[in-house]
Design a protein around this ligand. Structure first.
Ligand SMILES: [Zn+2]
Length: 344
């Protein structure tokens, strides 16, 4: 019996030594120390032993159990330490690795351009005003010196909802509404950005929906030179300090005199190249001194007040500034196009 116990102990210790997982170790524990294990079985046979032998075997059995249990615990601690180390090595965070960027959106190129232009004019004392996109014939045309039947209305064929209500063809009605609200009681200095609609066939330079920014400054003693100064600052800030502007005579029903503004070509600086069609200049916007009749309709005395107005297309500004070759890129919302203009 003594030999049996010693063999069992040797066996168990060897198996513990060989175990390399907590699962194997647990199996050894159950096999040797469990209620149905061989050590228990041996002890069951103690009844057959003599009185002298019994305590000796009993003590030996306890020693064996103790040794096996101790070996098990030691090995368990070893395995746990190894596994912890392994886990630590595997899960180490290298803080010097570059982070994974979180994908974020950004403003649409048109939004950025409109905001840039807004900032620029706010810096010159203009306020930003908005108005409805569904507009009355009165504000869209009549209040701007374009009575029914005026030939200039044909240039702005629109989407009519009823005979007197339409999608605005320009942002000028916001100027008319603002002046109407102020009733000629104080000066006005504003820009109005927004979407406008015209019945145009879409192509690389035309869209049935586009964006406009118009500006209006009415006060005492406003002169053409003020208009030129404001436009010159705008052109230089948007396109570069080396750009020149020129004003050419033009016609708009709500301004007199009216002008088109060009900026010098950035490629040839006015000498003439293919970008500017050999002219040295690129057309940017229309402007002029507010027509006395428009001032009158808005409640200003044209003998005391004068003003200037201008209107531009942010799409055109963005196309010139960033070399966009098709206006439709702004509306088809191809993420590959838009991503190019996200500022970091
Ligand atoms: Zn040129």
């Amino acid at each position: 019996m003594k030999d049996q116990l010693q063999v069992l102990e040797k066996e168990a210790l060897q198996k513990i030594e060989d175990a390399d997982s907590l699962k194997e170790l647990q199996d050894v524990r159950v096999a040797y120390l469990g209620k149905k294990g061989p050590i228990t079985e041996v002890l069951k046979g103690m009844g057959k032993l003599s009185k002298e032998e019994r305590p000796v075997i009993g003590e030996l059995a306890n020693t064996v159990r103790g040794n096996v249990a101790e070996a098990l615990n030691r090995k368990k601690a070893d395995i746990e330490a190894v596994e912890l180390e392994k886990q630590l090595a595997e899960e180490t965070i290298d803080v010097t690795l570059p982070g994974r960027p979180v994908p974020t959106g950004g403003p649409h190129l048109l939004t950025s351009i409109v905001e840039e232009i807004e900032d620029l004019f706010i810096g010159m004392g203009f306020e930003v005003r908005e108005g409805p996109e569904v507009e009355t014939d009165y504000y869209n045309f009549e209040a701007l010196n374009l009575p029914k039947g005026h030939p200039a209305r044909d240039m702005q064929d629109s989407f009519y909802i009823t005979e007197d209500i339409l999608l605005r063809t320009h942002t000028s009605p916001v100027q008319a509404r603002t002046m109407n609200m102020i009733k000629g009681e104080r000066p006005v200095k504003m820009i109005c950005p927004g979407k406008v609609y015209r019945r145009d066939t879409d192509d690389a330079t035309h869209s049935h929906q586009f964006t406009q920014i118009e500006g209006l400054y009415v006060d005492k003693h406003v002169q053409m030179s003020d208009l030129k100064g404001v436009l010159d600052r705008f052109a230089k800030q948007m396109f570069g300090e080396d750009r020149e502007i020129r004003l050419r005579p033009s016609f708009f029903p709500f301004t007199e005199p009216s002008v088109e503004m060009d900026i010098s070509c950035k490629v040839c600086h006015g000498k003439g190249c293919s970008v500017c069609k050999k002219t040295g200049w690129i057309e940017i916007l229309g402007a002029g001194m507010v027509h006395p009749r428009v001032l009158e309709m808005a409640g200003y005395d044209p003998d005391i007040y004068s003003g200037f107005a201008f209107g531009m297309g942010p799409e055109r500004i963005a196309m010139l500034k960033y070399g966009v070759d098709d206006i439709r890129h702004f509306y088809t919302n191809d993420i590959r196009f838009l991503k190019q203009y996200h500022q970091a």
